[in-house]
Write a protein that binds this ligand. Structure first.
Ligand code: FE2
Ligand code: FE2
Length: 270
């Protein structure tokens, strides 16, 4: 029986529109990757080309960020809006991790690099499902609210820039998640929504790993090309985020994830 390649699995996740179906495929792909490795018959990486845009369900409607309605957390509706926004980020994250696997598969990388992103994609799938479960328990569902249309922009802008992708997606965007998640956990604690707090705590703990994978493989490639990692990170942030990075930063969690202070503090905007 011939096994699928890792990039074939990645593309099949990317080309699946429904969120629950996409995350089920993502989880099955990760299980297959790790079980094949365990059995001593690892999957080939292959060279299947990912789509420019991942498939997405008809709902939610995607709007420019300034058109996405915000609500206060005092009401169930307001909490659902925020949980929905986070679920949307998690679904994009599933696609981002499979996309980096397939899009840059032509670059020779150690097995551990693929292990890391497969594990990250599997965790994002769990995050999406945890939040969908919360929405459904609160009488809503993913697709019920409008969502941010710009989430795939970072992927498009770095579609041919491997170092840029590592710098921008895990080391800037996912690191920003570490900065803002404690505040969101606090908001759900105030709203006495212990189940959503528990889901966000799982997410917060696992996201540290994703930032760490980004930093690890960014440093690895800098070493391969004999580039100074800090200078290169600064150059890429300037290129992709000319307005700078948004403080305050979660220095402790960023340190845990292998992001040194002198990488991001000099890039702080106002
Ligand atoms: Fe996540
Ligand atoms: Fe993540």
């Amino acid at each position: 029986m011939s096994q699928p390649t890792l990039t074939e699995l990645a593309c099949s996740v990317l080309n699946t529109a429904d969120g629950r179906e996409k995350t089920a495929k993502s989880h099955a792909a990760a299980a297959l990757w790790f079980s094949a490795k365990e059995a001593g018959t690892p999957l080939e990486i292959g060279n299947s080309q990912p789509p420019d845009f991942p498939a997405r369900p008809d709902e939610p409607e995607l709007l420019p960020p300034n058109k996405v309605p915000r609500r206060k957390l005092g009401s169930v509706e307001g909490r659902n809006t925020l949980i929905h926004a986070i679920a949307h980020i998690e679904l994009n994250a599933v696609d981002l991790h499979w996309d980096i696997i397939a899009r840059f598969a032509h670059v020779k990388m150690p097995m551990g690099y693929f292990d890391d992103w497969v594990k990250a994609a599997d965790e994002e799938s769990k995050h999406f499902n945890l939040l969908c479960d919360r929405l459904e328990a609160l009488g809503s569902h993913y697709g019920a609210f409008a969502a941010h249309a710009g989430m795939w922009r970072a992927a498009q802008e770095t579609a041919t820039d491997f170092m840029g992708r590592l710098a921008i997606v895990p080391m800037v965007l996912e690191a920003r998640g570490l900065d803002v998640t404690p505040g969101m956990i606090q908001q759900f604690k105030s709203a006495k929504d212990a189940e959503t707090v528990a889901a966000l705590e799982v997410i917060y703990a696992e996201e540290v790993g994703h930032v760490a994978y980004g930093s690890k493989w960014f440093h690895f490639l800098c070493g391969r090309h004999d580039i100074d990692p800090k200078d290169e990170f600064h150059r890429l942030v300037q290129q992709y985020f000319p307005g700078g990075l948004k403080p305050p930063f979660n220095d402790e969690k960023r340190a845990e994830a292998g992001l040194p202070l002198d990488f991001y503090w000099p890039m702080a905007g106002d």
